[in-house]
Design a protein around this ligand. Sequence first.
Ligand SMILES: Nc1ncnc2c1ncn2[C@@H]1O[C@H](COP(=O)(O)OP(=O)(O)O)[C@@H](O)[C@H]1O
Ligand SMILES: O=C(CO)[C@@H](O)[C@H](O)COP(=O)(O)O
Length: 481
Amino acid sequence: MATSTDSFYLGFDFSTQQALDLILGKMKNAGFDFSRVKALSGSGQQHGSVYWRKGTNQVLRDLHPGKSLHELLKGGFAVSDSPVWMDSSTTEQCQYLETAVGGAQRVADITGSRAYERFTGNQIAKIYKAQPEKYEDTERISLVSSFAASLFLGSYAAIDYSDGSGMNLMDIFSKQWADSCLEATAPHLEERLGALVHSSAVLGLLSPYHVTRYGFPEDCKVVAFTGDNPGSLAGMRLQEGDIAVSLGTSDTVFLWIKEPRPTVEGHIFCNPVDRPSYMALICYKNGSLTRERIRNKCAGGSWEVFSSVLRTTPIGNDGNIGIYFDAMEITPSAVGVHRFDKDNTKVAGFSAQGEIRALVEGQFLAKRVHAEKLGYKIIPGTRVLATGGASSNKDILQVLSDVFDAPVYTIDVANSACLGCGYRALQGLVAESGVSFAETVRKAPEPQLAVTPTPGADKVFAPLLRRYAELEERVLQESKQ
Ligand SMILES: Nc1ncnc2c1ncn2[C@@H]1O[C@H](COP(=O)(O)OP(=O)(O)O)[C@@H](O)[C@H]1O
Ligand SMILES: O=C(CO)[C@@H](O)[C@H](O)COP(=O)(O)O
């Protein structure tokens, strides 16, 4: 990944096709029986975009099984460095979109989110403006998910409703491209995006390339790919009332909702497993990378030491609160490290141990404060479902449970997005006959209880939640001055 100040790009020419070649090659060498695969699906980080050069659909259709995808698709991209979700360099395009469409709330009412820098439409607008010749040379624009699906399908794959909701281009209610947003983004965009499909749609049969090269069956189906967070919702078998917390590179919180009311904070996406429903999502840019920084600074680079500090420091951190926005945060839009003592006075630093606890408590206080702002209520019976790399750390989960005053569950694999796409592939095979997702996965293992709240923690965190909300607002106001 190459980065500049706030631009993040992924070089697709080398990484993704080569990674797929490597993984499938390794599976073949390990004796994996591809002939038993009836359907496949997948997910990719949300919002990233891939720009296929004119004529590449034909290249995808004619893939020669004797060559690697990497070789075959060399030169197939009009833009070699694809923007990914961490990019926040499109503020100008966001402002333009909101002005053109009638304001931030209006954009949210249509697309489920106000204009966000990482959302694909704003990334496309920037590419159109900065590199019009590359936009002109683009035959099709894929998301990371539909790009990966295209490699399996052997032609451009449609974008699904759920990942399509992260573009600021789709009307999440009509599930069509929104003309007003397309017009404000770039010319002739609809033809470059292709049609949208529901998330359990069968896109077609696997490309003969994979049948010959790896021994997949000829009738193996490719089910629409989706975003990593929608994939996780499926993998965790989220139910209404549950709250999911994903602790990956980004931290995200998501919920299953029936009656969406988009606002200028957070996102509403179409639900990937139940067509009439939706999912609400809040994304935090400062997740694992910030935890890693504090681990390196205060725990000698060891998760063991980091965890033992969480076990031995007092719940509530003696009233000390920290807000750690190493990179410009998404929720809220503020930057910097801000530490406060129990009297809300700004302080320059905490002890190493206090810093670790302040970071983890602060991250979870933020999640609960923002989920409640979106209308979420913690009620008796609430389950917090945790996933992502840091969900393997029980001491981090204990803080999560204490802050939310609810039990935390995990599934056997931390990579719920991948598991969810296995489930969705299965759903794709039966969806047309009206079988629900819940019914499809009824035999799958249930989430396991990982931790329960420490008695008395709710009393400690009730005032801290109020204080966190006030302090975050203070940081936000100060950053605007
Ligand atoms: N024991 C651990 N404790 C805390 N964090 C961990 C632990 N093990 C892995 N992680 C974190 O998990 C992150 C990767 O999470 P993952 O969900 O795989 O990422 P992504 O969101 O990019 O898919 C790493 O950046 C690492 O900081
Ligand atoms: O931007 C968002 C969600 O809106 C991120 O959650 C991305 O979907 C990628 O996250 P990681 O998997 O890299 O954490």
